[in-house]
Write a protein that binds this ligand. Sequence first.
Ligand SMILES: *Cc1c(COP(=O)(O)O)cnc(C)c1O
Length: 395
Amino acid sequence: MTLRAGREFLAIPGPTTVPDEVLRAMHRPAVDIYDGPLLALTDSLHRDVARVFGTKGRAYIYIANGHGAWEASLTNVLSKGDKILVLESGRFAVGWGENARRMGVDVEILPGDLRRAVRPEEVEARLKADTGRTIKAILVTQIDTASGVVNDIPAIGEARRAAGHDALLMVDAVASLGCMPFEMDAWGVDIAMAGSQKGLMMPPGLGFVAANERARAVHKTAGLRTPYWDWTERESDLHYLKYAGTPPEHMLFGLRQALDMLFEEGMDNAFRRHRLLAEATRRAIEIWSEGQALGFNIVAPHERSNTVSVVLTPGCDPDALRAWCRENCGVVLGQGIGALSGKAFRVAHMGHVNAPMLLGTIGVIEMALGAMGVPHGTGGVGDAIAWLGKQVGTV
Ligand SMILES: *Cc1c(COP(=O)(O)O)cnc(C)c1O
């Protein structure tokens, strides 16, 4: 006998829950791609994607996942043999850099640690040491979903400024856009990229890149440009060329709905919702950790992200725990990935998530810990509920 009937809840850090309103917006016939309302839709989406990134620069919408948007950002500003600096803090910046390496870019990794954020002072020191100004770009993630870390992007932008270096600052915001502040222009970010399937509440399939004037100037002489990703091609007035071919119409209908929902909630409120649900999760994890069988991957509390919590499991089998939650209760937790494979589980609190979804998820984890006999401090979920209640207050 299990308790899994009803809607399965996907608590993995992407793809995330797609709102019914978004699914409905996509459920309609195709339309003309050369004329009519689709043209205005494209304009509104380019404008609003740029708004979400916090830039007056341009946004580009690709039929791609995050890896595609990585490639789009690299090909548009780099040339073979260029040197870039990758700031390690988990898996994803390094993965992005690895793609650059395979394209013929000279990649240096500023070594980090899976359990902490990038240190801006180390970035500043490395850039200052680059007296010949050979580093053309810096790659970093805002939130790394493998480690659960959040990097301080404004401080990294400030480090570059303090070093007087002109390398392009390129940020992976796949796991953070729409969930926490991202102010591309104010923070000195030149290029940012994201995908549709995480904080933006869409199915996988759209990749986004935003670029400021500086990046677009570098673009003019980039040697790695290819027809599909090319910004210049996509800046054409011809609608067809804005997507380098047939527009992903249904994804665009869905994206319009998802962005409308985000704006209707208010981005600040969405950020606050993520912060509160993340903090409630962390309160439960903190108490469970008293049993010494599990604990946070990210050591410093202020470096733990508001979209995913990565839990190390030295005293239990994380995959057995995940299987218990899925099979008995219909909650799908994320597995540890990369170096944390088999050593951690991940709880996403990202995108279209509210209190019952989150409390249900951590309630099921606490059930599993009890049922499986994993030593843990008791009352974690109760503490999360009490804390959350105080934050939300009375209506
Ligand atoms: C998910 C993720 C990616 C990769 O996105 P795909 O759509 O799977 O290609 C890149 N960076 C970060 C930080 C992610 O969380």
